[in-house]
Design a protein around this ligand. Structure first.
Ligand SMILES: *[C@@H]1O[C@H](CO)[C@@H](O)[C@H](O)[C@H]1NC(C)=O
Ligand SMILES: *[C@@H]1O[C@H](CO)[C@@H](O)[C@H](O)[C@H]1NC(C)=O
Ligand SMILES: *[C@@H]1O[C@H](CO)[C@@H](O)[C@H](O)[C@H]1NC(C)=O
Ligand SMILES: *[C@@H]1O[C@H](CO)[C@@H](O)[C@H](O)[C@H]1NC(C)=O
Ligand SMILES: *[C@@H]1O[C@H](CO)[C@@H](O)[C@H](O)[C@H]1NC(C)=O
Ligand SMILES: *[C@@H]1O[C@H](CO)[C@@H](O)[C@H](O)[C@H]1NC(C)=O
Ligand SMILES: CC(=O)N[C@H]1CO[C@H](CO)[C@@H](O)[C@@H]1O
Length: 570
């Protein structure tokens, strides 16, 4: 079945909701001299930015109800409301000083020639490890002061694709510094950005490393956002912030211009409020890039992932549950409630016509749980690739030109990079101690491939004749896909109950906590995103879990397009 009719269908409840809000609050903000009926009509045509989909925004832009300039102003105001004021979510590190001018140009182009794509004039926030040319006004730092004011040689490959599609880069999102490859630090903390926190419970862990991207998407600080994953950094924040997230196959989306951990595992993907939005973004950012040769091996052409949005996609499919290790709380460390909601999700998947094959264990499950080979590969790759990153910078006022100098820089500027309780840089040090590619490295790399793919995900898919695997998103779920370079698509599954035992996640953050979201992940073989997106969409459309719970009141920004069009925001 086809995508757009469904999107119209599920827009309906949102429009009713907006209409109700309108009726309730119209008199409070109606400008004088405009009659109520016409205002009611105009206001009801505006999407609520907390939940607005790309299609709704695109419809409003095409209908002339608002412009991209209005959208950028509204999102800027929303960022300001909750980022440093209010609950200080610290989701956004900086905003784009050129965004309004870009929006105006894209508005004019829409008037003259129509939209270039579904992302024309749509504001996108990207993780601060994704490069944007400095002339535009923003830094690219992975959250580290060692790269402040540095000049990158070019836009990242995914940024070039976003710009070509007409998207507006709204700003840079906070992250776990160096994509959580610095030390034993709380998720969502960076020297430049401070501690990002979750919008579903005060001071809750946002998970990382794409923490700011996820928190921003969860409460509508941008239409959609981009994150990166090496092992868990898109799927875990998607899971913990009530979002759809796609961790693409390594080599589907370009890593050129992305501050690296490892070319063997890094990948760029969307974090969005719906699977449809994620499919729209992936369709734009996927594709070959001569500057990242891993992308040259992908199947051609890039699928139109919108065609995967089929509500009935799970009917007749065989979905496996790799129970050993991945559903064992004493190994995953998950709160027992995760498995409670997961069993309910399995019942839903069965009810949608799939055969749930349970268990469908990975032959390599225990080997993966006990292996240290992933760390060996990442430590070696990071040093080589980060050194190359510093060398590639056209200018770097901090003077840092290598990993060794980064470690020294952090120690030299403790007020910036080693404030109390955020001092650890043990991963940087372990990586610095490696000595390049040798036989240990190559055998670890081969072992990872074997455990993740051949004796792992691919073995289970083949042995049980499966279309995909399914697991709760938190815990150990991401590792087989990480070491195999395989995709994961995550969707909202549930929320921790009010009586969950609150745990500590970091010096300023808690997890689990009441109301914090829990996600469901679909896993598959290389380049199976199209099918995984379809299963995630079917599950999402029949559960609508995201809509069952909103962020806590103070974490919800109040500025709407209405305030830009007729109110105080300008
Ligand atoms: C980088 O960040 C600094 C400090 O926030 C800011 O002053 C500057 O305009 C930003 N952009 C560039 C390109 O340095
Ligand atoms: C990419 O190019 C490098 C050399 O520039 C080569 O060593 C590597 O094997 C290539 N990788 C792929 C996946 O083509
Ligand atoms: C879960 O893991 C623990 C620790 O490795 C092990 O003792 C236990 O037998 C496992 N449980 C199951 C059901 O496999
Ligand atoms: C890495 O994998 C090899 C098998 O190739 C295994 O013998 C070794 O113990 C593993 N290393 C670590 C650190 O786990
Ligand atoms: C390879 O290098 C690592 C450090 O990067 C070292 O621990 C390991 O012993 C080396 N292996 C061999 C076979 O020399
Ligand atoms: C929370 O409440 C539910 C019933 O509402 C109960 O089944 C569960 O055991 C309680 N959990 C804790 C940790 O108290
Ligand atoms: C856009 C924004 O709010 N940026 C802030 C991010 O955090 C840094 C460090 O606290 C502030 O200096 C920025 O103003």
């Amino acid at each position: 079945m086809f995508a757009l009719s469904h999107q119209k269908w599920w827009m309906f409840p949102v429009l009713v909701f907006v209409l109700l809000q309108t009726v309730l609050s119209l008199h409070a903000s109606a400008p004088s001299g405009v009659d109520d009926a016409s205002l009611l009509y105009r206001r009801s045509a505006l999407p609520d930015l907390y939940e607005a989909s790309v299609i709704e925004l695109q419809d409003g832009l095409n209908a002339g109800y608002f412009t991209s300039v209005d959208l950028v102003k509204a999102y800027f105001a929303r960022i300001e409301e909750v980022n440093l004021q209010g609950p200080q979510l610290r989701a956004v590190i900086e905003t784009n000083p050129s965004a309004l001018a870009q929006a105006a140009a894209l508005d004019a182009e829409r008037q003259a020639k129509g939209p270039r794509s579904l992302l024309h004039g749509i504001p996108v926030l990207v993780k601060d490890n994704i490069a944007t040319v400095a002339s535009e006004g923003m830094n690219t730092t992975a959250g580290s002061y060692s790269m402040l004011h540095s000049i990158v040689p070019d836009d990242a490959g995914v940024i070039k694709r976003l710009r070509a599609a007409g998207a507006i880069i709204l700003g840079k999102a906070n992250l776990s510094e160096f994509a959580h490859f610095r030390g034993n630090l709380a998720s969502g903390w960076s020297g430049r950005g401070g501690q990002c926190t979750n919008a579903y419970f005060p001071h809750a862990d946002p998970c990382g490393s794409s923490a700011g991207s996820a928190v921003a998407a969860s409460i509508g600080l941008a239409a959609v956002t981009l994150g990166t994953e090496t092992d868990g950094s898109i799927t875990c924040p998607a899971n913990q912030n009530n979002l759809a997230g796609i961790k693409p196959t390594v080599g589907l989306t370009s890593r050129a211009g992305v501050i690296p951990i490892s070319e063997h595992q890094d990948t760029v993907g969307p974090l969005t409020r719906s699977v449809a939005d994620a499919a729209i973004v992936l369709s734009v950012i996927a594709g070959p890039d001569p500057n990242d040769n891993f992308t040259l091996a992908q199947p051609s052409p890039v699928p139109d992932y919108l065609l995967a949005l089929n509500r009935d996609a799970l009917a007749g499919r065989r979905i496996g549950v790799p129970r050993a290790v991945f559903l064992n709380d004493s190994i995953t460390g998950n709160d027992p409630y995760v498995n409670v909601v997961f069993e309910e999700a399995l019942a839903t998947i069965r009810a949608l016509g799939a055969t749930v094959v349970d268990p469908a264990d990975l032959p390599s499950a225990y080997a993966i749980a006990h292996s240290g080979n992933e760390t060996i590969v990442l430590d070696v790759d990071f040093k080589i690739q980060l050194n190359a990153w510093y060398e590639s910078l056209l200018e770097n006022p901090s003077g840092v030109r290598s990993l060794a100098e980064l470690i020294q820089f952090n120690n030299d500027y403790p007020a910036l990079e080693e404030p109390p309780r955020y001092t650890d840089q043990s991963i940087l040090i372990a990586s610095e101690e490696t000595s390049g590619f040798n036989s240990t490295y190559y055998s670890s790399l081969a072992y990872d491939r074997e455990m993740g793919a051949t004796s792992g995900i691919d073995a289970a898919l083949r042995m049980y004749d499966l279309d995909a695997l399914v697991l709760p998103a938190p815990g150990f779920t991401t590792t087989p896909a990480a070491i195999a370079g395989y995709p994961i698509v995550t969707v909202p599954m549930g929320f921790y109950p009010e009586n969950v035992t609150i745990g500590l996640a970091g010096p300023e953050t808690v997890y689990p906590a009441p109301g914090v979201p829990i996600g469901l992940s679909f896993l598959g073989t290389a380049f199976s995103e199209f099918n995984l997106v379809s299963y995630a969409f079917a599950y999402e459309q029949h559960t609508h879990t995201r809509l069952a719970r909103r962020a806590y009141a103070e974490a919800i920004p109040t500025t709407q397009l209405w305030d830009v069009l007729y109110g105080q925001v300008n």
